[in-house]
Design a protein around this ligand. Sequence first.
Ligand code: KIV
Length: 256
Amino acid sequence: MEFQEKIRRKKGKQKIIMLTAYDYQIAKILDGMNIDLILVGDSLGMVVQGRGNTKSVTMTDMIYHVRAVARGAKNTPIIGDMPINSCNTMEDGLRNAKHFLEAGAHGVKIEGNRPEVINALIDARIPVMGHVGMLPQIAETYRVKGKKPEEAEAILRDALELDRLGVFSMVLECIPESLAKKITETVKTPTIGIGAGRYCDGQVLVINDMLGLDENFKPKYVKRYANLNKVIKDAVAKFMEEVSAGKYPDKEHTYH
Ligand code: KIV
């Protein structure tokens, strides 16, 4: 069964699990764990490149990381995140989505409601994941969207439009739980939440956040499933100590 159908069939039955990956080794780990989807997110602008937002990520950046992830994940559908300005026109959208597929992605994610582009991609049989709510490519500040009634209505309208267009799933980012629940119950498309509460059909997190790599980044919705920041610091401190004391390398780690 093609992966889009598998994801669609999970709605209301089993939760969809997605995580981001940006490199070969993490992709290989996720691939070995039967995760539903790997997203090569433009969040790489922040967690890999150290920028303040995703607004300067380019297609060249995205393709580089999709290629690396595709070498590690042989069995898991990979979704490439269309970066800012990559689909301003239908022609750009089609051309760039094809670049993602050539690099090893199985589908693309598009932020916001862009009916013309999404339609063209779906017509060309390119799987599209939608993304509504807080949209980092256009947001001035990262804050919860949809608390005001008019904002909530606009987000619901966008979700309904994506549903009508036939995206195979849609990310709901940083919106109140009640709105995410309403959208999830209204659309036939599976919803995948990030900061959107308990009632979505699935969940996604940025892998660096859930692994606790950045000790200073802790928005409310992020649960740290590990503290890699501490694990790395402890390992580096031990290495420094042992090299300084002449304990490393020892006999065991030396060629004879
Ligand atoms: O870029 C990204 O990682 C994303 C997720 C936060 C959904 O869009």
